[in-house]
Design a protein around this ligand. Structure first.
Ligand code: GUN
Length: 294
C-alpha cells in the first residue's frame, strides 16, 4: 500500500513553527519579517500563486507588500522597482514572480535582485553558493522537496534518483541537492529532459522519481517500477467547471494508475506546492534574522 506525502500537513507545521518564532520576535519588540512580491502583468496562474504566498505570509504574522505592475511595464521600470526594494531597509526579502511579460529579460531582472534579499534563491550568487555548500538561499521548490523527504524519513543514500526536467527553478537545483553529501542526498542522480532518448529506460530504474516537466499526466504506470518514491512537481492549471475557482491543477503524473505501484507519492494539489510557500517563508525568516548574509 502506498503512502501519500501530505505536503499540506508538513507545510502547515512549518508555518506554525514560523508563526511562533514571529510571535517571539514581536514580544521581544524585534523586527517582524517583511516580504515583498512583484507581480508584473495579468497571468492568472501567477496571480493565484502570488496571492497564496502573500496570504500565507500574513497568516504567519509577516508584514507583506505586493507590488502590481501592468503588462506593458518596461524592463527599465521593473529594474527601478527591484532597486527600490534592494534599498528599502524595511523589506527583508522579495520575489519577482515568473514568468515575466515576453519583452522583459528575466535573467537581467534576477541579476538585479540583491543576493541577500533573493529569497527565491534564483540569483547566480545564491545558485553558485548552493553548488559550493556555502550559506545561501535555496530555491523554494527544491528546498521543499528535500524537507518532504526528510519529514517522511525516506532513505536517499545510494538510491537512484531520476529527475525529469532541467529548469533553473526546479530540475537543475534538485538534481544537485540530491547528489550532495547531505543526510537527504547521497543519491546517484540521472537528469533527464526533453531531448532524452528512451526516457522509460531511465524512469524504470528510479528509486526516487522527481517529475518537473509541466506536461500534464505525462508519467504513466508503465514508466515506474514497484516501490518507487514519486515526487510530482507539475502544476498545470486547466479550466474546470467542478471547482469554485474555475480552474484545477494537474500534475505531471497520472496519479490513479501510478500511485498503486509506489511506496510514497505526492498528490497534486497538496504535495510539493504548499511546501514551496512554506520554504519561501522560511527563507524570509532567515533573511530577517540575517542568518545567511550577515
Ligand atoms: N514561477 C513559478 N515558480 C516560481 C517561484 O518559485 N518563484 C517565482 N518568483 N516565480 C515562479
Amino acid at each position: 500500500m502506498y503512502q501519500i506525502i501530505d505536503g499540506k500537513k508538513v507545510a502547515n507545521e512549518i508555518q506554525e513553527n514560523i508563526r511562533q518564532e514571529v510571535n517571539k520576535l514581536s514580544q521581544e519588540r524585534k523586527k517582524i519579517p517583511h516580504i515583498a512580491a512583484i507581480l508584473a502583468g495579468n497571468d492568472g496562474a501567477s496571480e493565484t500563486y502570488v496571492n497564496n504566498k502573500i496570504k500565507a505570509a500574513e497568516k504567519t504574522g509577516f508584514q507583506s507588500t505586493l507590488i502590481r505592475l501592468h503588462e506593458q511595464t518596461t524592463e527599465k521600470q521593473l529594474i527601478e522597482e527591484v532597486e527600490k526594494l534592494n534599498q528599502n531597509q524595511d523589506i527583508d526579502g522579495f520575489i519577482v514572480q515568473l514568468p515575466l511579460p515576453k519583452h522583459i529579460n528575466e535573467q537581467k531582472i534576477i541579476e538585479t535582485i540583491h543576493p541577500s534579499k533573493d529569497i527565491d534563491g534564483f540569483h547566480p550568487i545564491n545558485l553558485g553558493r548552493m553548488l559550493l555548500n556555502l550559506p545561501c538561499y535555496v530555491s523554494a521548490t527544491p528546498y521543499g522537496i528535500i524537507e518532504l523527504l526528510k519529514y517522511y524519513q525516506i532513505e536517499t543514500t545510494g538510491k537512484h534518483c531520476v529527475v525529469i526536467g532541467r529548469s533553473h527553478i526546479v530540475g537543475s537545483p534538485i538534481s544537485i541537492l540530491m547528489a550532495k553529501n547531505n543526510p537527504v542526498g547521497n543519491a546517484t542522480v540521472t537528469l533527464c529532459h526533453s531531448k532524452t532518448k528512451n526516457l522509460k529506460h531511465y524512469t524504470l530504474q528510479a528509486d526516487i522519481l522527481i517529475c518537473a516537466t509541466g506536461s500534464p499526466h505525462f508519467i504513466t504506470a508503465e514508466m515506474v517500477k514497484y516501490e518507487t518514491v514519486v515526487i510530482d512537481v507539475g502544476t498545470t492549471r486547466i479550466k474546470s467547471k467542478e471547482s469554485k475557482s474555475g480552474h484545477k491543477l494537474i500534475g505531471d503524473v497520472k496519479f490513479d494508475e501510478v500511485a498503486p505501484k509506489c511506496s510514497y507519492i505526492t498528490p497534486v494539489p497538496g504535495g510539493v506546492g504548499p511546501m514551496t510557500i512554506a520554504s519561501l517563508l522560511k527563507n524570509t525568516l532567515l533573511a530577517a534574522k540575517k542568518e545567511i548574509y550577515k
